[in-house]
Design a protein around this ligand. Structure first.
Ligand code: C2O
Ligand code: CU
Ligand code: CU
Length: 482
């Protein structure tokens, strides 16, 4: 593994920008995809099961998670080799309360080393499941921490440096929901009924039914078949007037521009790290890989409306836009409202107290330039700590994408607020806690990051582009909290 990484790194180091740019254009020409209107929505949406847990006498909630290989059926009469947690594809939804102590007993039943990273979680670096917490086949790990952050839709996935995209594509992805009863504003919250997780992904299939695992281009793997919670062409029967969708862009390269088929507006109520201060009504919602949003859609009895993804202007060449799905029009999920709908309360005007977004003054400002697969001219160095921050401090990070390719930027172990993008205040739906920010070509985002309290001078957290192939290629750095 290590020699593989260093060889890749060497290749990148000497080949430098030119070859990467070439790879970005690719040899095969990608074509825009349009499935709008041609999807039959014949499959009931799969809902990932809630993970079972036991509570020990000291109050610790214990989950068991085994990464394993299996087979799944996505296409008629076709079996696809897949990986999953406690099953053959994806993983159960873990759910815990704020202030609860949790432990996850992980077993690696795969033929490859893996890690389990808790994306968006405030967690000690040794338990973060980043590139350094590799679990060998047959081994296990037992991360244990106290949930200490607001209610949010987080997720988990592998993070082995160099093979993250491949492992995620095989199926290793799940959600982790944090609840907080004391601050609950009364949103739809019955899991699988009116509170629905949506793990949105794309895949391509080879003739033998296996997933395509090798990308055509630097942008990463772009699939022509959409999977939502592992379902192809799914519908969801809705029995309530309002339904909350917790959307996770779990694709590795595709940007989704979500909208509803009749262009009605919907309310965004949460971002990566928790609820917004107030609902934001939008008709379109752009999520790049790794980002989440919680939305609430209201329905009338008997109606049907389709969650879609629409073309979007990403400021880059048409060919590169196509490479991240930016020219595609996709039917994703049909919402079918029943003829009698259980009443849902109106959305509250206030979802979270203003004080929950308060930050100390940032004392330090740092700059990050994203270009080719480099961050500040460097590829990921497993044994290099790029920077150290003070525990519980706030810093301003200026992140500039000077590339001709879109990127995004994700920080482990912390949540941040977007101050501005190209000197403009973020749209209301992006004003809440974030851990991943999208960076169109030549965009600069200023973010304020609030770092955690777990000091560890030795074990780093990562920050990286979440077009995860870019991270695999080295677009990643490491920081410690001291
Ligand atoms: Cu989704 Cu490094 O993370
Ligand atoms: Cu992460
Ligand atoms: Cu990138």
């Amino acid at each position: 593994m290590l020699s593989q990484i260093s060889r890749r790194t060497l290749l990148l180091g000497s080949g430098a920008g030119a070859s990467l740019l070439l790879a970005g254009c690719g040899s095969a020409t990608a074509k825009p995809l349009s499935t709008a209107g041609s999807v039959d929505f014949s499959n009931q949406l799969n809902i990932p099961p809630l993970a079972t847990s036991t509570v020990q006498t000291d109050g610790t909630r214990v989950f068991e998670l085994t990464a394993e290989a299996g087979n799944s059926t996505f296409l008629p009469e076709t079996s696809t080799p897949t990986w999953g947690y406690n099953g053959s594809f994806l993983g159960p939804t873990l759910r815990a309360q704020r202030n609860e102590k949790v432990r996850v007993e992980i077993q690696n039943g795969l033929p490859s080393p893996t890690t389990v990273h808790w994306h968006g979680m405030h967690i000690p670096a040794i338990y973060d499941g980043g590139a350094h917490q590799v679990i060998e086949p047959g081994d296990g790990a037992e991360p244990e921490w106290i949930i200490d952050q607001p209610a949010a839709t987080l997720w988990y996935h592998p993070h082995v440096h160099g093979t993250s995209e491949e492992q995620m594509t095989r199926g290793l992805t799940g959600m982790f929901l944090i609840d907080e009863e004391t601050t609950d504003p009364g949103l739809p919250s019955e899991y699988g009924i009116d509170d629905i997780p949506l793990i949105v992904q794309d895949r391509s299939f080879a003739k033998d039914g296996s997933f395509k695992l090798t990308p055509d281009a630097t942008a990463g793997l772009l699939g022509d078949t959409m999977l939502i919670n592992g379902s192809v062409n799914p519908y969801l029967n809705v029995s309530t007037q309002a339904v909350r969708l917790r959307i996770l862009n779990a694709a590795t390269a595709r940007v989704f521009n979500f909208g509803l088929s009749d262009n009605r507006s919907f309310a965004v109520v949460g971002s990566d790290g928790g609820l917004l201060q107030a609902p934001a009504n939008v008709e379109r919602l752009l999520l790049s890989p790794g980002e989440r949003a919680e939305i609430v859609v209201r329905l009338s009895p008997g109606e049907e409306v389709v969650l879609q993804s629409h073309p979007q202007e990403l400021g880059m060449s048409n060919a590169l836009t196509t490479r991240v799905g930016g020219n595609d029009t996709l039917d994703l999920l049909k919402l079918r409202a029943g003829s009698n709908l259980t009443a849902s309360p109106e959305l509250p005007d206030v979802l979270a107290a203003e004080s929950s977004f308060e930050m100390d003054k940032a004392m330090i400002t740092r700059g990050f330039i994203l270009k080719d697969m480099y961050i500040n001219g460097k590829l990921m160095g497993m044994s290099r700590i790029d920077l150290s921050v003070g525990a519980q401090t706030v810093e301003t990070w200026n992140i500039s994408n000077t590339d001709n390719l879109a990127h995004n930027f994700h920080v482990h172990g912390a949540q941040f607020r977007i101050l501005d993008i190209d000197n403009r205040a973020p749209q209301p739906e992006f004003t809440g806690w974030k851990d991943t920010v999208f960076l169109p070509v030549r965009a600069t985002a200023r973010i304020q990051v609030k770092f955690g309290k777990y000091k560890d001078a030795v074990t780093p957290y990562m920050y990286h582009c979440h077009f995860i192939r870019h991270a695999d290629m080295g677009m990643m750095g490491q920081y410690t909290i001291i």
